[in-house]
Design a protein around this ligand. Structure first.
Ligand code: SER
Length: 320
């Protein structure tokens, strides 16, 4: 196998997924790239600056480093996408085309591209949203993700590009920070709680959203990428679920460990984004096709984060 090219390496998922890929395949087998300079553990292996909106630059890096797999994670998250439609199209959709074209033309074996539960809008069945529920997203981010999913399916069907995708729920980890997303509150809340500070939440107390602990997200991603191609019945993007909770429930789970923790609610424009998304996801197709199963619920995740975060200095990465 050639090397793995990873874009958006400095994002919330990047550093953690790269660490696991390097652990499995060897440090030198994963080339991390980002538009920002490497920090933290990204410095511990090969790294190059890469602007994924530059198609030629992507192709040059693939050729230079003998790349055979691509994890294309560079993107603008939902809250930021709402504020900059042109950039979100260029980055979230334009760069996907560059990667899919390169995969087709340069014999890339496998591509991973993240989608999101944001593909579902208010028309979707909101509890236990099925794989093939009506989508009709109402957010910029969701529209781009749904479009991207269809391009992935097209490139697989027409050109045989082996591109695979997951509809991630909100991802929660303690090693990195998200930036510009609607589910970010569920990461920030742990930092405030451990600092002994009150938390002001930009969503209402009862806003239920699908979420997933980072360990489960990494496991799901690598399991999907390891699966035999003939097992995959979905070539748009797989629903995957971890847990669902609202801000009141996550603060209750924190209060079991830190009884003085307090939360207030000051919803802003992100409330509309969250309200358009499902409460919970049906991931039975992922379970049946490639054996997906999450390990963490809210109680287990809160315990793990509150134990491990104090000894950890997160990579302070504000996503684009
Ligand atoms: N977690 C992402 C966001 O909030 C959605 O996929 O933007």
């Amino acid at each position: 196998m050639g090397k793995i090219l990873f874009t958006g390496a400095a994002g919330q998922l990047g550093a953690e997924l790269i660490a696991e890929l390097r652990h499995r395949h060897g440090v030198d087998s994963v080339l991390a790239t980002d538009i920002r300079a490497a920090e933290g553990i990204l410095k511990e292996g090969p790294f190059e600056l890469l602007d994924v909106t530059d198609e030629e630059a992507i192709r040059a890096i693939i050729k230079k480093h003998d790349i055979s797999q691509i994890y294309h994670l560079a993107a603008l998250l939902s809250a930021k996408a709402e504020k900059d439609i042109p950039l979100s199209r260029k980055l979230n959709i334009g760069s996907l085309h560059h990667v899919l074209n390169a995969a087709r033309d340069l014999n890339i074996e496998r591509v991973f591209w993240p989608s999101s539960i944001a593909v579902f809008g208010p028309d979707a069945i909101s509890n236990g949203t099925p794989q093939n529920s009506p989508c009709n997203p109402t957010t910029v981010y969701g529209i781009n993700k749904l479009t991207g999913e269809q391009w992935c399916a097209y490139y697989h069907r027409v050109f045989g590009v082996d591109v695979r995708s997951l509809r991630y729920p909100g991802l929660i980890g303690y090693k990195t920070l998200p930036g510009g997303g609607t589910t970010d509150y569920a990461v920030d809340i742990y930092h405030k709680a451990l600092a002994g500070e009150p938390f002001s939440c930009f969503l209402q107390a009862d806003t239920m959203l699908p979420m997933m602990y980072m360990e489960d997200a990494i496991n799901a991603t690598l399991k999907l990428m390891d699966a035999e191609p003939e097992k995959l019945s979905i070539r748009t993007s797989y629903n995957v679920a971890g847990m669902s909770f609202n801000p009141a429930q996550i603060s209750d789970s924190i209060r079991k460990h830190i009884p003085d923790f307090s939360i207030t609610y000051e919803p802003d424009y992100r409330q509309n984004i969250a309200d358009s998304w499902p409460n919970s996801i049906d991931d039975s197709t992922a379970r049946a096709d490639w054996g997906w199963k999450p390990s963490y619920n809210l109680t287990a995740m809160t315990k793990d984060i509150l134990e491990k975060l104090p000894g950890y200095f997160p990579v302070l990465s504000e996503n684009l």
